[in-house]
Design a protein around this ligand. Structure first.
Ligand SMILES: Nc1ncnc2c1ncn2[C@@H]1O[C@H](COP(=O)(O)OP(=O)(O)OP(=O)(O)O)[C@@H](O)[C@H]1O
Ligand SMILES: [Mg+2]
Length: 347
């Protein structure tokens, strides 16, 4: 990892006023035990800040445990977080400690906190308030000492309004809010980010890294970056690999970044299924880039994973029922479950 100068934070690039403010709050918040809520669009660096908060804290020698709350069903997430005892449910053949216990003396990072079910939010509230919980199926109360950091790229205030997120939990989490600004609001950081990713993605065959021309950087500064830093990183790495020129010029950038008009989607009314679909496709294109060469697979794979996940959950993980509802055969379902890493959802 490139060393950053001392007023910055290691591994985080960008020193414009917006990011300076983020670093200042991060440094102030790090030594305390207070809960931090990280907000910001996808790809803005929430996970990097979560790790920095841990590294800069007196708990740095303790564990940093990340739990992606969006990746597990309600019951799996509950036993993942709190652990379970043998026999707590049918497949609980042995006892297991949860992630809160694993984070004792360190930090637990609850990523995609907005995905936690309303029921489980009550249990989380208790851990935040009382620092205690029980393993699933157990009566013994366990005390933990861990610092909680949560992240969301969904606006929790809207979630509260729509009845999906508990207001009391929100206030418990939002003790120190840190908002990561979108990249389009800090174009002044783009040159440095590009240089950083150019250095980092220097071609493995030893060829010298290809710098970006002034003109290419100008184009990048005026693009709207729906995928933020992650999207920028993709384009830089791709250009390093694909371009045959000594430097990366405007022509090496994806059409939509250069502002070359594409037939682009006609936007349907917001909130409709069509508009959600348009959004899914546009964001996948933004993330992978129009030249990716696997856009069809990229979009289809996301939809496929989501439909399998949701129907599996409806069917409590029973594969025969899930296959019947999806209208695909069991072997295909089995393969898809493996392919999408959904085996924990299935029985
Ligand atoms: N300021 C930065 N400096 C260097 N790299 C960055 C910066 N911000 C983000 N990145 C890189 O961009 C990618 C996305 O960052 P990260 O995973 O922290 O985003 P996120 O906000 O957690 O996104 P999501 O909501 O999609 O999970 C990572 O590869 C990360 O290393
Ligand atoms: Mg993240």
């Amino acid at each position: 990892m490139v060393e950053a100068s001392s007023h910055l934070i290691d591994g985080l690039i960008g020193d414009g006023p917006a990011m300076q403010q983020v670093y200042t709050i991060t440094r102030r918040a790090a030594p305390s035990h207070a809960t931090v809520l990280l907000t910001g669009e996808t790809g803005t660096g929430k996970e990097l800040i979560a790790r920095a908060l841990h590294e800069l804290s007196p708990r740095a020698t303790g564990p940093f445990v990340r739990v992606n709350c969006g990746a597990l069903s309600e019951s799996l997430l509950e036993s993942e977080l709190f652990g379970h005892i043998k026999g707590a449910f049918t497949s609980a053949h042995t006892s297991r400690t949860g992630r809160f216990e694993a984070a004792h003396g360190g930090t637990i990072f609850l990523d995609e906190i907005n995905s936690v079910s309303y029921q489980l939010q009550v249990k989380l509230l208790r851990v935040l308030q009382e620092h205690e919980f029980e393993r699933v199926g157990d009566t013994r109360t366990i005390q933990v000492d861990c610092r909680v950091i949560a992240a969301t790229n969904v606006d929790l205030v809207n979630e509260i309004r729509d009845g999906r997120f508990r207001e009391d939990l929100y206030y418990r989490l939002n003790v120190i809010p840190i908002n990561l600004p979108p990249l389009r609001e800090r174009p002044e950081d783009i040159d440095k980010l590009v240089n950083f990713f150019v250095e980092r993605s220097a071609t493995p065959d030893g060829a010298p890294a290809r710098p970006f021309t002034r003109a290419a950087l100008d184009v990048l500064r005026s693009y709207h970056w729906p995928g933020n830093v992650r999207e920028l990183q993709n384009y830089v790495e791709r250009a390093q690999v694909l371009s045959t020129r000594p430097s990366i010029d405007v022509d090496d950038l994806p059409d939509h970044v250069r502002g070359v008009p594409s037939p682009g989607p006609v936007r349907p009314a917001t909130g409709t299924l069509e508009s959600l679909c348009t959004e899914l496709v546009s964001r996948t294109i933004a993330e992978l880039g129009l030249e990716a060469g696997d856009l069809y697979a990229g979009v289809v794979s996301r939809v496929e994973r989501e439909v399998i996940l949701q129907v599996l959950r409806h069917c409590q993980g029973v594969q025969t029922r899930t296959a019947a509802r999806l209208g695909i055969n069991r072997n295909t379902l089995h393969k898809k479950i493996e392919e999408h890493g959904l085996h924990e959802e299935a029985r």
